[in-house]
Design a protein around this ligand. Structure first.
Ligand code: FES
Ligand SMILES: [Fe+2]
Length: 414
């Protein structure tokens, strides 16, 4: 029996407790020790391309709403979206542009997009407010390769680069194609957030759960159970490469797919793009790190809740945001080119519809898994080598929960 990746990760091979998926105490620990400490994804610089652009992201587990802005000097900043007057949310929409001032809709206190309090309505009725001290509360915000991250711990002393460590170096310099154009799928799921992370962390389920959609893209007679091609571990983060059937051809039964891909220069069903645009992506040292001819895609997981997946034709991301022990908000973004003609538009429509079908197969399943685990009949899960990231994630969370600080947690994961 193979256990090459599990042993390489320094993990044992026994059963793993299910308690962290159903225990409120454990969830409360994750809030304090994981999400209030870790660097968290907010989006891409292309989400706020121009001065005056902004986005608002909810971090439900910490009860935080975060405003990310682009200043006139190009700097990206983040603030708690909370008014200094009586705590109302200052910005109510999820994104916008050409706004260098935000007016709180409750009593009209006005802030600059650099967080400064600019004006108090009816100021003379107040009692000597020092406007300098009443700006929006700043949140640590740093950029890495075009990704915007924040840290909710005001005392945090670990920079983003240090947090990402060797994972950041491994992935650095990836030329993300079409990073400014994405299609987003959002879902509210009745399950613990870790079931969603797990659903996108292994390929063991693909030939089975996805037998009607992408099963035969990720398996063939030589690798019927879609064994992993590669796995790498970087502190709390990790990465796997999946097998792809090099001879995959849509069957007669999939006429629409045949048509959608006919005449395209795409790599395979995972490509939303013409292959010429993505040569540099595929050639990057961390993409298909073994440069295997039977590669389909990489899953790069940045702890705790952000995945950057890369296939032959482009990339897509998963964000998994815990709301409560048994509720999760999930967001997937496909980054796709602007189609140049009808054929390309049809190909892209097919690609997105196909991936959406696949994701729906995964999402329908996570609620079933949660229900099963919550029933309490089972106390442990039994993991195989292909599920190494699930085992490792549980190990990393336990290390974060045990550590006194983020520095200590990173040290424990080294
Ligand atoms: S709460 Fe914002 S102006 Fe009153
Ligand atoms: Fe899946």
């Amino acid at each position: 029996m193979s256990s090459q990746f599990t042993r390489a990760a320094g993990l044992d091979t026994g059963p793993v407790s299910l308690e962290p998926y159903r225990s409120q105490t454990h969830f409360d620990l994750e809030r304090e020790k994981v999400f209030r400490r870790a660097w968290l994804i907010m989006g891409r610089v292309e989400d706020v391309p121009e001065p005056g652009d902004y986005i608002v992201k909810e971090v439900e587990i910490c009860g935080a709403s975060i405003l990310v802005t682009r200043l006139g000097n190009g700097e990206v900043r983040a603030f708690h979206n909370v008014c200094s007057h009586r705590g109302n949310q200052v910005v109510w929409e999820a994104k916008g542009s050409r706004k260098t001032m935000f007016r709180c809709p409750y009593h009209s206190w006005t802030y600059g997009n650099d967080g400064r309090l600019l004006a108090i309505s009816d100021e003379k009725m107040f009692f000597g407010v020092d406007k300098q001290k009443c700006g929006l509360t700043s949140v640590q915000c740093e950029l890495w390769d075009g990704w915007i991250f924040i840290n909710l711990n005001p005392e945090n002393r670990v920079g983003l680069r240090e947090y990402l460590g060797s994972m950041g170096e491994f992935l650095s310099g990836i030329p993300y194609p079409n990073a400014g154009r994405s299609v987003t799928i959002q879902a509210h799921l009745k399950c613990n957030w870790k079931f969603v992370v797990d659903a996108f962390s292994e390929s063991y389920h693909i030939p089975v759960l996805h037998s009607k959609t992408i099963g035969s893209t990720f398996s063939d007679a030589s690798n019927p159970m879609s064994h992993l091609q590669h796995a790498a571990f970087f502190g709390p983060h990790h990465s796997i490469s999946l097998f792809g059937n090099p001879d995959y051809k849509p069957s007669e039964a999939h006429l629409v797919e045949q048509l959608a891909y006919s005449g395209m220069k795409s790599e395979n069903v995972l490509a939303a793009n013409q292959s010429g645009d993505t040569v540099a992506l595929r050639e990057h040292r961390s993409v298909n790190p073994g440069k295997s001819p039977t590669w389909s895609m990489d899953i790069n997981e940045i702890f705790p809740n952000f995945h950057i997946d890369i296939g032959g034709g482009g990339f897509w991301t998963h964000e998994i945001w815990p709301i409560s022990l048994d509720a999760t908000r999930y967001e997937m973004r496909f980054f796709v080119p602007r189609p140049e003609d009808v054929r390309e538009a049809m190909h892209q429509e097919h690609y997105i519809a196909r991936l959406a079908d696949v994701v729906l197969e995964d999402l329908a399943n996570v609620e079933r898994t949660h229900k099963g685990v919550a029933a309490g009949a089972k106390h442990e899960m039994i993991l195989q080598d292909n599920e190494v990231l699930i085992r490792r994630m549980m190990d990393v969370i336990a290390k974060f929960n045990d550590a006194d600080s983020l520095e200590g947690a990173l040290e424990a994961c080294a």
